[in-house]
Structure formats: C-alpha cells, structure tokens
Design a protein. Structure first.
Length: 425
C-alpha cells in the first residue's frame, strides 16, 4: 500500500517526534564475513534482512544478503572480482554495484576498487541483473524502494576536461525501474553539469548533490557543493548551513525529511543537518570536537544515524533523535568487543547496521545493533552490568578510541577532503 502523507499530517508527526524520547540501549552482533577479514552492512529492512559487502578469502569483496540464522549469502557479481549492495526492500530485492571482467576503455575507476574495470549498477531479485547507463560505460546502484525502483548514478557520453583523473565522463543521478531496462535521468541543478543520487523513498523522491565534475567527485566519497532533492524528477536546491564547499543530501524518509552534511561559513567544518519542507535546513551538529559529521539515513520515526569523525580518520557511529546526537558506542555494552565506526542504516524498528572495529583483531566487520526490549534477558538491557543500576535512558561512559593506523588511514581515504586549512583539534 502506498503511503500518502498530507502536509498537515506530516506536521503533526514532526511535532510528535519532537517530544523527548528516552535513549535506547542496544545489543550488538558481529555479522562476520564471507571468509575474509572485512565486511560492512549498508542496510536492513523492517523484517531484519541485512545486506552489504564482505570479503572473500582472496580479499575480493562480494555483495551479501543475510539469510536464516544471520548467515551471509554471496549473491555474486557480473563476472568481475568485486561488488556490494545496499539494504533490501520489503520483498528482499536489492540495488547495488558489481564489477565486470572488462577494463574501462578510459582507464576510469568508477567504483573505487582500484581495478579500473567497468562497474555497473545492478538489481537483484534472485539473480544479478545489470542496469543501463546514460550512454557512458559505468553506473552505481544504491537503495531500492518498495516499488522495486533503484536509485544511484550513471555516466553519460560527455567527455569533460574538468574531471579529476582518472574520471573522464560526466555523470548524473538516475532512477532505474520499476520496469526492466527503464532509466530516468535526474538532471543537476541549473548551471551544474554533474550530479549523483544517494537516498530514496517510497514516493519516488530522491536526494543527493550536484555541481561540476571539478568540484563534485565520486571518490573517495561522493559529495558536491549543492544539496538536491528531486521531486517528480525536478531538482530542488536544499540550501546550506552557510558554507559552499560541501552540501550533500544522503537520506530521505517517507515523510520527506532529509538528512545530509553541509559545511559551515568557514568552509572547513562539516555538520549534519535535517531538512524539512516546513523548516528548511536545520543544523544538528556533530560529536564533541570532531571536524565532520556524515549522516547516512533517517527512518520513518525521525531517528538519524551516521558517523562523526576527526580530521585524522578517527570515526564513531552516532545516533540522533529529538535534537540530541549521541555516540552509539555509549548505548551498547561497555565490554563489547566491537567499536562502532559507521552507522549506515536504521529501519523503522530502530535496528542499526554499519561498520565496526573488532578490537581484538583490528579487523573491520559489519554489525547489527538491536534495541533492547522490555522482555530481554540481557543483563545490559535489564539495567547494566557489574551491578550497574543505570536506567535504560542513560548512556554509559566509553572513551573515544584512537583507531589502529591502518583502519584510520582507510577511513581517512573515504572521508571528504574539506577545502581550506586543516583544523587543529
């Protein structure tokens, strides 16, 4: 059934979300890998099926879907070594990307694995199906909505000398489906030449960013100077928090609430924001003295997740609700062997998936954080460990972790490089 929300109803729901809610607590599960040392979860649907990418023993990354018992099922690629997928919809369909065995004729590395192979957006409904481009060689699929549409971005055939090597062709946001082979172009804002879409809802609204090929890179992380909402395929500029360097939208729920990141007037500090049609862009901050906050998703109850990082790549997952941003690591058992780095998705039940550091080995694994229920038998959920009598609405102290150098450098390569002088924090 299609969700229809009137502006009056949306306003009432937003008012209800503004009422202070107790801080949840979570138990945490390590989702493991496909035989290698690393994995990451990008999404979870409302019945708890999870998806993402996990390494094989040979180091290649393959897309996975969780099956009964939490095991990871390798859904394969398009014949190339790597791929991954975002979260499943209610029908367990997936959108994602997969490499082919063919070298890119322009030497591009569109999907960032360092292989310089052609990479395409894919749709999975029991089998991996490649998605068309806009005339170029490459594409990336991301979220799939409950209508079976996939959002992402794809190359057109325009060669652009302003692109940073190895990129050669321009690219635009797209929506694929629901019919096989169907592709809808999401044009950039007037005056811009490229764009990408990251988030999607069940009303067909998409969000992302646009700019020029010179200031809107896809790697190491996609960002641009103009945050965009595409409504019925038409781009709307969401504004900024005062800065011009980075303004990108990452997620949108079925109420039309948008989350993303925007630089402040100093063009050096990146804050998370919440945008609504009623209020415009509101600054929801970052954690402590960090330099940037990167929201990734918002569910239909207005809860937001993402990561807050310093300039050295020390990241920690955050959870935000009712105007409060909290380090997610303070809401999990203090003796957990996992330190949560990035929260990538939150479903309507409040279950969160993402990327965590396995503190005993230094490896990075996909995690699932499950909210405590009143009937839980976990000592942590019942009120704490080691005699702690803290209530479920209280956080536990857990010092910020200085990450191992290899993990920190990997994360740093995946963070936006904010223009301007470095921030001494």
């Amino acid at each position: 059934m299609k969700l229809i929300v009137t502006s009056v109803a949306a306003g009432c729901l937003l008012a209800a979300f503004a009422i202070a809610q107790p801080q949840p607590r979570y138990t945490v599960t390590d989702l493991g890998t496909l035989g290698g040392t690393a994995s990451v979860a990008y999404g979870i649907n409302n019945v708890g099926r999870m998806a993402g990418g996990a390494n094989l023993r040979n180091g290649n990354q393959h897309p996975f879907l969780s099956v009964v018992g939490g095991l990871l099922y390798d859904i394969g690629t398009l014949g190339g070594p790597n791929g991954n997928v975002a979260g499943p919809n209610t029908a367990d369909q997936l959108g994602g990307l997969a490499e082919t065995p063919m070298l890119d004729p322009n030497g591009e590395d569109f999907c960032g694995y360092g292989t310089h192979l052609i990479c395409l957006g894919v749709f999975w409904n029991g089998a991996v199906t490649p998605l068309p481009t806009l005339g170029g060689n490459n594409g990336v699929g991301l979220n799939v909505n409950n209508l079976g549409q996939v959002v992402g971005y794809a190359e057109n055939s325009t060669k652009d000398s302003t692109c940073a090597a190895p990129q050669v062709l321009d690219y635009e946001g797209v929506i694929w489906g629901p019919e096989p082979g169907q592709i809808q172009e999401l044009p950039p804002l007037p005056g811009d030449t490229v764009g990408f879409a990251l988030g999607f809802n069940d009303l067909g609204q998409a969000v992302g960013s646009s700019g020029t090929c010179a200031n809107t890179p896809l790697l190491p992380i996609a960002f641009g100077p103009h945050a965009v909402l595409w409504d019925n395929g038409s781009p709307i500029n969401l504004g900024s928090l005062g800065g011009q360097a980075i303004n990108a939208a990452a997620g949108i729920n079925n109420l039309g609430q948008v989350v993303g990141g925007s630089t402040l007037p100093d063009n050096q500090t990146l804050h998370a924001y919440l945008w609504t049609k009623q209020t415009g862009m509101q600054d929801i901050g970052l954690l402590g003295s960090d330099a940037m906050a990167l929201p990734t998703a918002i569910n239909n109850t207005g809860q937001v997740v993402g990561a807050s990082c310093d300039n050295n790549g020390n990241c920690r997952a955050f959870f935000w609700q009712t105007k409060t941003m909290t380090d997610l690591n303070t809401l999990i058992p203090p003796n957990s062997p996992l330190y949560l780095l990035f929260a990538n998705w939150i479903n309507d039940s409040g279950e969160i998936v993402g990327l965590a550091l396995e503190t005993g080995t230094g490896n990075t694994h996909a995690f699932l954080a499950t909210p405590c229920e009143s009937h839980s038998s976990s000592a942590w959920c019942e009120g704490g460990t080691a005699g702690t009598a803290a209530g479920l609405d209280q956080t536990m102290e857990r010092p910020k972790v200085v990450l191992p150098e290899n993990v920190r450098k990997t994360l740093q390569r995946r963070l936006p490089q904010i223009p301007g002088p470095s921030i001494d924090r």
